[in-house]
Every structure is written in structure tokens, then in C-alpha cells.
Design a protein around this ligand. Structure first.
Ligand SMILES: Cc1cc2nc3c(=O)[nH]c(=O)nc-3n(C[C@H](O)[C@H](O)[C@H](O)COP(=O)(O)O)c2cc1C
Length: 212
């Protein structure tokens, strides 16, 4: 069955990005796995969105209080982003860990599309059950029980957003310790980083062959 993949990237690294490498791997394999498929690409770093113009944009037009408005061009951009998301059969998100969160470029996209009355808080949820492949590269390790690992500060929030609020079928793919080859303090973790990347690549290949 033909379908549409919405492919988002947000890494600010144009050449060595691990998340970009993994999302690219998914998009190519997914596209090749069935005829008639298409990819809509949105690079949130090279083509940056503005921040919300007004908190009015957090609400569907029918849920805005009297006088709660946003500039017409801000509303139009938001509608376009939401339609792009609603039109996707599969969502692919490159989400590096930046300061224990996501890049602000991706956060801005999230702020535009998580809208009570349009994408969340209504029955049925328009994106219910739709797959989302979430690729997160992180410099350190956040795997329970790994040496020096902190609790993952990023994935739980994204689970609430994509899984609980939007109702999507979330498939996280994590590549950890990407800074092991760069930071002397992490040099002894280079094999762990390689193993994490290899596992992420296998999971990408599995998902590309089975989703959508
Ligand atoms: C602005 C910035 C903030 C970062 N903050 C974190 C962090 O909080 N925790 C972490 O483990 N790594 C952090 N890193 C490292 C990145 O997560 C790591 O380099 C990752 O591979 C980036 O994704 P990319 O390879 O797709 O560009 C940060 C890197 C940058 C550039």
C-alpha cells in the first residue's frame, strides 16, 4: 500500500550527525520497501521555524477565548505543519539530545503541532496508532545500569507527547555514547558506543521493513 513518510531532522551537525545518518538509513530503506511510497522531508535545522507567535496557537480555533488570536501568517504556518503531520502514514523524527532535552528547533515544531482540539484531547485521536520512529543520538549513556548512566531525561517526555497525548505507536531508536571517541573521559566506552550504534542500525532496518 503506498504511503507517505514525514521525515524530520533537527541535528545542528551537518556532517557527522548520528541521528541524521540513522533517519536517512530508515527513509531510504522504507522508500525502497514498497512501490509508490513518498517522503516529505522537513529539516528543522536548515529551515528553522519561528517560535509560537502567541499562546493562542496552543488551542484549536474553536477553543480560543474571545480575543485570543494569532497573526494570520502564524496560523497559516501552523495549519500547514499540522496538515503535513496528519497526512503522514509514518513519522520519522531525528531527535538528538541537546542539554537533556531536544534541540529547540524540534521543540518549536512540537509546540506547533500539539494542539488541543486539533491533534490531542479529542476522540478519536486523529493520529491514533500511527507509527513514529524516534531516533535519538546522545553523547552519554542513559541506559539503566550502564556505568555512569543518568536517568534518561528525554525519552519519558517524548513518550508522553507522542504516545499518551497524540496516541501514536512509538518506536524509539537510541544511539548512545556518541561522544566516546571525542571525550578522553569516555575513551574506554568506545566499544559500547559501537555496539549501541550497531543495535540502532539493526532496529532501523527492522522497522523500515515492517512499518507502514
Ligand atoms: C548543544 C548540544 C547539547 C548537548 N547536550 C547533551 C546532553 O545533555 N547530554 C548528552 O548526553 N549529550 C549531549 N550532547 C551530545 C549530543 O547528544 C551528541 O553529540 C549526539 O550525537 C548529537 O546528535 P547528532 O549526532 O545527530 O548530531 C549535546 C550536543 C550539543 C551540540
Amino acid at each position: 500500500v503506498p504511503g507517505t513518510l514525514l521525515h524530520l531532522d533537527s541535528s545542528a551537525d551537518p556532517s557527522g550527525s548520528v541521528s541524521r545518518r540513522l533517519t536517512d538509513r530508515f527513509a531510504r530503506a522504507w522508500l525502497a520497501a514498497a512501490p509508490g511510497r513518498r517522503v516529505v522531508r522537513r529539516d528543522l535545522h536548515t529551515d528553522q521555524l519561528p517560535h509560537l507567535a502567541s499562546s493562542a496557537q496552543h488551542w484549536a480555533p474553536g477553543l480560543r477565548a474571545p480575543g485570543e488570536t494569532a497573526p494570520a501568517e502564524a496560523d497559516a504556518l501552523q495549519r500547514l505543519l499540522i496538515d503535513e503531520l496528519l497526512g503522514a502514514d509514518v513519522l520519522l523524527v531525528g531527535a538528538p539530545m541537546y542539554n537533556w532535552s531536544v534541540p529547540s528547533t524540534l521543540k518549536t515544531w512540537i509546540d506547533h503541532v500539539h494542539v488541543p482540539g486539533l491533534t490531542v484531547g479529542i476522540a478519536p485521536l486523529p493520529l491514533a496508532g500511527r507509527p513514529v520512529v524516534l531516533v535519538s543520538a546522545r553523547g552519554g549513556s542513559y541506559t539503566d545500569g550502564a556505568p555512569g548512566a543518568l536517568p534518561d531525561p528525554q525519552l519519558p517526555g517524548l513518550r508522553i507527547l507522542f504516545g499518551t497525548a497524540l496516541g501514536m505507536d512509538l518506536h524509539p531508536v537510541l544511539a548512545e555514547l556518541t561522544l566516546a571517541s571525542r571525550l578522553p573521559a569516555l575513551a574506554d566506552r568506545i566499544p559500547d558506543a559501537a555496539a549501541s550504534l550497531a543495535a540502532a542500525e539493526r532496529e532501523i532496518d527492522r522497522l523500515a521493513a515492517t512499518l507502514g
